[in-house]
Design a protein around this ligand. Structure first.
Ligand code: DON
Length: 579
């Protein structure tokens, strides 16, 4: 259906369907408390960092203590995670950083998403049979997008850092962790054996992550000397030390050696983009999030707009009624994503239309409070995989109220598993986020359209959703998550848990989550929802599938004059820490 067609249908339904949604309740009246007798967030008065890896969180807190602002701390955390959380923290990937500057009351979005190399073509991921070749877009050099992280972090520091700390100061802790080594424990010990096949196929990766014929085991030490040297080069020479010269030459050679088309010229040409965030409102709160080429902010706001017309608080957290409503609100957003979203430099994304309240009214009117709507007919394929966390999100707030919400990634855990020889840099497989072919699904089961076709220099469509929530112009919440297609609904549920269900931040992050992405037509549920709730959802027509958890929504919230931090208990080794 065309865009005009789907909007017209939605508006028609809005007029003809009985108004089932209830009027929005007054913005929550129960106070949000910093402390209570339930699962508790960490509290601090000056600054807070919540990330997926404890050492990196502590690096960020130390930078804040030294007088760095939230951006300085975030840049240091970003470099540290490349060392301590190598499956997702990275120099060889890309991401998005939302920055809030309290004194200027300004929020900006830094897009340091990877780009397609100049020699990329629309059909590069089609096999001889004309069908998508998943191996090519996930496991070979062709999968690698031009990395954005180093220029992105350096640009954040240059534009929005405090000016009190240099890149050398911010990279030094990461370099030390890489050179001295870190014990293999927690999330690292969990993820390495799972990535053994991917890493083990490349001698340069084996040399770092293996001991003999197996990945490093719990209790052994991960030393990354080449990575330490690359970090030192960037600290001293700035991002050009990564994008030009020997490091760039080695990255291009590694990618080409693995069958890819990236050149040194592609690396030299890479630029991050500073963008205006996408903005919406929800029950009197302002939602400020990542615009295209992420679909995250647009669809977060689209879904919240639909939910605003329902009394979720009255239904109750975890109730079948609330979960049904959430699932039905998610479906049309993912249908829109498949059609409309792509790189705004190459396709006109109808952001305004998608986040308009009247559009949400129409979508809401089409929701049956008693019955699940079947997803539109697309051949049911392989069931949606439950992905382990591979991207990573961290949130930082400083004493002045500046804040950073950053999500970055190699796409899969450890990307394609290939370390560019001599650099310590693991390479991403972000090219799989393009649509290999209209209607084809990517690794997350997401359907893609022409708007997200591969093209030279294009940025692949993302779901990453680094987000701020404000109340009366004052920052309330910083959140985001990994999880592939489930990122948007993870962020959504953290927000709804806080704003509608009045959970404290620790509970909001920990509460079991659901996910529906329209196609495949499956309602994914984490463990922890009651069997009778699931039975009610099934009786309403939902194809419920209970599976492992997803996401790592490491978040910070301002409450009662304090900072509350919560790291996601779904991963080992996460930490919210402050001072
Ligand atoms: O940008 C995106 O949407 C994906 N590359 C994110 C991948 C991800 O979150 C993997 N972790 N579960």
């Amino acid at each position: 259906m065309t865009r005009t067609g789907s909007l017209a249908l939605a508006l028609l339904l809005a007029v003809s369907a009985p108004a089932r949604a209830q009027a929005p309740p007054a913005p929550g009246t129960a106070p949000i408390q910093a402390d209570d007798e339930r699962m508790l967030p960490v509290l601090a008065s000056h600054g807070m960092v919540s990330s997926q890896e404890a050492r990196a969180s502590r690096v960020g807190v130390e930078i804040l203590r030294q007088g760095g602002n939230a951006v300085d701390a975030a840049v240091a955390v970003g470099f540290a995670l490349a060392v301590t959380l190598p499956r997702a923290g990275n120099l060889g990937g890309g991401g998005f950083m939302m920055v809030h500057l309290a004194a200027r009351n300004e929020t900006v979005a830094i897009d340091y998403r990877e780009t397609a190399p100049a020699a990329a073509t629309e059909t590069m991921f089609l096999g001889p049979d004309g069908e998508p070749d998943r191996a090519a877009s996930t496991r070979t050099g062709k999968a690698v997008g031009v990395p954005g992280t180093v220029r992105g972090l350096a640009e954040a520091h240059r534009l929005y850092g405090s000016g009190r700390l240099s890149l050398v100061d911010l990279i030094a802790p990461a370099e030390r962790l890489a050179r001295e080594g870190i014990p293999v424990e927690a999330g690292l010990a969990d993820s390495l054996p799972r990535a053994s096949g991917l890493l083990g196929q490349w001698p340069s990766s084996r040399a770092i992550f293996f001991s003999g014929d197996r990945t490093l085991q719990r209790g052994e030490t991960l030393v990354q000397r080449d990575l330490a040297d690359t970090l030192r080069a960037v600290a001293e020479g700035g991002p050009d030390a990564f994008y030009r010269g020997p490091v760039a030459a080695r990255i291009a050679a590694a990618v080409q050696g693995a069958g890819g088309v990236m050149t040194e010229a592609d690396l030299a040409a890479y630029r991050p983009e500073t963008r205006l965030p996408v903005r919406g409102t929800y029950r009197g709160y302002d939602i400020v999030s990542m615009p295209p080429p992420s679909s995250g902010g647009v669809h977060l706001i689209e879904i919240l707009n639909v939910l605003e017309g329902f009394d979720l608080a009255g239904m109750g957290a975890g109730s079948a009624a609330a979960l049904h409503t959430l699932a039905e609100a998610m479906k049309p957003a993912y249908a829109d994503r498949a059609t409309w979203l792509g790189d705004p430099a190459r396709t006109r994304v109808p952001v305004k239309g998608l986040i308009a309240k009247p559009y949400a009214d129409a979508l809401r009117a089409a929701i049956d409070p008693e019955r699940a709507r079947p997803a539109e007919a697309v051949k049911a394929g392989d069931p949606l995989p439950f992905e382990h966390t591979e991207t990573t999100h961290f949130s930082v707030v400083d004493a002045e109220g500046n804040a950073v919400s950053n999500t970055y990634t190699l796409n899969f855990s450890y990307g394609i598993g290939l370390v560019a020889e001599g650099t310590g840099v693991l390479l991403n497989n972000e090219m799989d986020d393009f649509s290999a072919k209209t209607g084809a699904r990517n690794a997350y089961g997401l359907v893609g359209g022409a708007a997200n076709a591969v093209a030279p220099g294009a940025r692949p469509l993302s779901s990453m959703t680094p987000t701020f929530v404000f109340r009366d112009g004052r920052l309330l919440l910083v959140t985001g998550s990994p999880g592939g297609s489930r990122i948007i609904t993870t962020v959504l549920q953290v927000i709804v848990n806080v704003l509608d269900f009045r959970m404290n931040l620790a509970e909001a992050v920990a509460a079991p989550r659901i996910h529906h992405q329209w196609q495949p037509d499956v309602l994914l549920a984490e463990e922890g929802l009651s069997p009778d709730t699931l039975a009610i959802l099934r009786s309403r027509g939902h194809k419920v599938k209970v599976g492992p958890s997803s996401g790592s929504a490491n978040s910070v919230m301002r409450v009662d004059g304090l900072l509350a931090g919560a790291s996601d208990p779904r991963q080992r080794g996460t930490l919210a820490d402050g001072y």
